[in-house]
Ligand binder design. Structure first.
Ligand SMILES: [Zn+2]
Length: 55
């Protein structure tokens, strides 16, 4: 889990909207993408982004 204050400082790289902590990744519900969290550190990098379009 990511600290709420840190989470508030972070925004989606693509659309700048706020991210949702999903436990092991941060989600942008607008873009339907996720940013992985590794060792409590969110990987906010273009190359780390994965798609959540499984539906
Ligand atoms: Zn986004």
């Amino acid at each position: 889990m990511i600290d709420k204050e840190i989470l508030n400082l972070m925004a989606c790289l693509k659309c700048k909207s706020e991210l949702i902590d999903e436990g092991d990744y941060l989600k942008c519900s607008k873009c339907n993408i996720g940013y992985p969290i590794v060792d409590d550190i969110p990987h906010m990098l273009e190359e780390s982004i994965f798609s959540l379009d499984e539906k």
